[in-house]
Design a protein around this ligand. Structure first.
Ligand code: SAH
Length: 193
């Protein structure tokens, strides 16, 4: 469709963070996570939950406070530092031996681990597999040409009984250039198979 060839570079994302052009960030968290929390957890406790393209999503703090362990990935180091600062969470920072240039920010309490690198640098051998995924502003932020690669990677990160919550947006792709990009339901189905 209209957005097929559109691409946002990593440098452009970093610039959005530097200039505070982050209208996507929801200070009070996303109402759909509250609404569908039971679907994500399905009565289970102590889950490993993945936040692809996490930004400084406050939902990471919510789930960690409920006793789950949270892993996120984000290219902007500024976003990750703001996350820890805004929640007054002490953290430590270390290199990731498997990925050159990547850093891992881990809360001192240990249950929030955020990777500063591209999601395409990760694999289940580095971050393991997950019981749940909160995909908001992630599939819809990925460049249209990278969607299948992104989804194929996400599938390799899922445990057998994983729950995957996906938020998309519906609008006329001829009227806005995105991101967020328009990913129709039919495409979601074919991407995930
Ligand atoms: N999910 C978050 C942020 C959405 S905006 C929320 O709900 O608030 C998309 C984020 O993805 C931006 O912060 C951007 O810096 C980051 N990003 C873009 N491409 C990425 C990539 N390839 N790997 C990791 N993070 C990426």
């Amino acid at each position: 469709g209209a957005q097929k060839d559109r691409a946002v570079t990593e440098a452009e994302w970093l610039r959005k963070w530097e200039t505070g052009n982050i209208g996507f960030h929801k200070e009070r968290g996303h109402p759909l996570l509250q609404k569908y929390l039971d679907v994500l957890l399905n009565g289970r406790s102590g889950l490993r939950i993945f936040f692809p393209l996490c930004g400084k999503a406050v939902e990471m703090k919510w789930l960690a406070d409920m006793g789950h362990s949270v892993v996120g990935v984000e290219v902007s180091e500024q976003a990750l530092k703001e996350f820890f600062a805004e929640h007054k969470l002490p953290y430590c920072e270390e290199p990731v031996p498997e990925i050159s240039g990547a850093k891992r920010f881990q809360s001192t309490s240990g249950n929030i681990s955020l990777y500063c690198c591209s999601i395409y640098d990760l694999s289940s051998s580095i971050i393991g597999k997950f019981d749940g995924v909160w995909d908001r502003g992630a599939l819809v932020a990925v460049n249209p040409c990278d969607r299948q690669r992104y989804v194929s990677l996400m599938i390799t990160l899922l445990e057998k009984n994983a729950a995957y919550l996906l938020v998309t947006v519906s609008y006329d792709p001829n009227k806005h250039k995105g991101p967020p990009f328009y990913v129709p339901e039919s495409e979601v189905k074919s991407l995930f198979g």
